[in-house]
Design a binder for this molecule. Structure first.
Ligand code: PLP
Length: 284
């Protein structure tokens, strides 16, 4: 069965799903996206992703091609048509096709594309062993709070990690960790405090981050939203990342140095359990 992809109002077999070469997403990376996970055939935190999408669009003076209610229906229809039990729904809105010009077109016709990816997310073996990361310089543009499709530097970061024989990279700017190439970064101090960078234009405001910090505070864990360095991270009791596709994923090695005892720590392990349990309750 060919995968069914949504393109501007139509549900099409993937080989027939096409976008113009003049699409500004293709020519200028003039577009935004969201990735929502699917567990048990249901969407995790759709509302959070829809709200962030609205914000990304508004920061770029782009209008939403359909209402958020319609978007939920498209997500559900795609999950059903592709029989996705566990995996991801990728959504992309671009400013659409227009004759090539740096200035935005006067009357843009935004493009909307969604597709699914079936993937094991919850019971992935790597959650039991943790991932290894290296640090790299953060060379992205200055509006990382907008979830744009401009992902070349994160791709380069993943390739640097691959070349170093590890799983991912944490990016560093002015001596502090910003975030992972496609995830938010955390450490747990020896005193048990969860530390993650404060919100601002320097990082993406992760939907998983917001949920995990809420669950951590509800569980009486101490959270500090502030900058931290690679040295502090190497000396931490634990480290982990969060994203819609990895949930809470332990980090056991940073720049070749073992973190804690080199195995997933109790805080990351517990937060992963709480996150999965609580988000499943509210899945739509
Ligand atoms: N930071 C970056 C740079 C990302 O690309 C992502 C996800 O793609 C995240 C953080 C995590 O965000 P979320 O939890 O909303 O998936």
């Amino acid at each position: 069965m060919s995968r069914i992809v949504y393109v501007n109002g139509d549900y099409l077999p993937e080989e027939d799903a096409k976008i113009s070469v003049f699409d500004r997403g293709f020519l200028f990376a003039d577009g935004v996206y969201e990735v929502t996970s699917v567990l048990g055939g249901k969407l995790i935190d759709f509302e959070g992703h829809a709200k962030r999408l609205e914000r990304s669009l508004s920061e770029l003076d782009m209008s939403a091609p359909v209402t958020m209610d319609a978007l939920l229906e498209i997500h559900r229809e795609l999950v059903a048509r592709n029989e996705v039990h566990e995996g991801l729904v990728y959504l992309q809105v671009t400013r659409g096709a227009a004759d090539r010009d740096f200035a935005y077109p006067a009357e843009p016709k935004p493009s909307l594309v969604l597709f699914t990816q079936t993937k094991t997310l919850a019971d992935t073996p790597v959650a039991k062993t943790g991932i290894k990361v290296i640090s790299i310089e953060d060379q992205r543009w200055g509006r990382r709070d907008i979830k744009t499709v401009q992902l070349l530097y994160p791709s380069m970061g993943k390739m640097m990690a691959k070349a170093a024989g590890v799983d991912d990279a944490w990016m560093v700017e002015d001596g502090s960790v910003t975030e992972g190439t496609s995830n938010n970064a955390y450490i747990v101090t020896k005193a048990g405090t969860i530390v993650t960078r404060h919100l601002g234009n320097e990082i993406l405001h992760g939907i998983t981050r917001a949920a995990v910090l809420r669950f951590a505070r509800e569980a009486q864990m101490t959270v500090e939203e502030r900058s931290f360095t690679i040295e502090e991270a190497k000396d931490a009791a634990e480290a982990f990342i969060t994203s819609a596709s990895t949930f809470v994923m332990p980090v056991v090695e940073l720049d070749g140095a073992q973190i804690g005892d080199g195995t997933p720590g109790p805080v990351a392990t517990r937060l992963r359990e709480i996150y999965l349990e609580e988000s499943l309750k509210k899945a739509v």
